[in-house]
Design a protein around this ligand. Structure first.
Ligand code: MG
Length: 239
């Protein structure tokens, strides 16, 4: 049975453009947060997702799902890098966090500071690690995770698509259980509200679309400093 899902993107209250993109199609879900001036960020995020969708929707055998995700993100990286050679799009790049559900398993590929979370039995946990300068400082014990979320340089990425021909993709797989909820979100959510706040909203007895909209509203009520994009996927069979 296909999962139920919702998706929502909002430009926030400060930015003029929405440079985030998302994909929510059957069992394929992704968010991307584009960077670069003059609408280039929007081009980068939508182009990367288009490439990933094209490759992951293509006919498949019983191949290795993580390898397919990795290949698709590598192809998206090369496509954005090539397009960024155009002077008007110089410096464009994007994060990308993609999830594929096959049977009772979740497969994730991740680059950048968008995030995947899992809600299970009322507890929310992060599935991805941010590829950001502040996360490196957290890893080295120089900053708390909470300080990192509010740090003025929290937007500085250590990995993004479109910056070099080689890209290191984090790959994660896990078994899903009935009633699990998977959240993909750009940093406009996580830099505005705490994981505890996210947890209390995503735990509500509400449909996935309603949860997405409530998460975006919560980020906007904290100032909406950035574009906010969320995808919520619910694994069937739960209460
Ligand atoms: Mg952002």
């Amino acid at each position: 049975m296909n999962p139920r899902y919702g998706a929502f993107s909002h430009k926030g209250k400060v930015r003029e453009l929405n440079e985030d993109s998302y994909l929510a199609e059957g069992t394929l879900f992704a968010v991307a947060d584009g960077l670069g001036g003059h609408q280039a960020g929007e081009v980068a995020s939508s182009m990367a997702l288009e490439e990933v969708e094209k490759r992951l929707q293509a006919k498949e055998g019983d191949e290795d799902h993580l390898a397919r995700i990795k290949d698709s993100i590598e192809a998206a990286n090369l496509r954005v890098l090539k397009a960024a050679a155009n002077p008007e799009r110089q410096g464009m790049a994007t994060t990308l966090t993609a999830a594929v559900i096959r049977g009772s398993k979740l497969y994730l590929g991740h680059v950048g500071d968008s995030r995947a979370y899992l809600l299970r039995d009322g507890a929310l946990r992060r599935l991805t690690a941010d590829h950001s300068m502040v996360q490196e400082l957290v890893n080295r014990g120089k900053l708390s995770s909470d300080e990192a979320d509010h740090h003025p340089q929290r937007n500085v990425l250590t990995r993004a698509l479109g910056t070099s021909p080689e890209i290191d993709v984090d790959l994660i797989s896990l078994s899903l259980a009935s009633g699990d909820r998977v959240l993909l979100a750009t940093d406009g959510l996580s830099s505005s509200i705490s994981d505890d706040a996210i947890s209390s909203i995503i735990s509500k007895a509400k449909d996935p679309q309603g949860i997405c909209e409530e998460l975006a509203d919560a980020a906007n009520s904290e100032g909406g400093q950035d574009n906010i994009t969320v995808v919520v996927v619910e694994i069937p069979g739960g209460e």
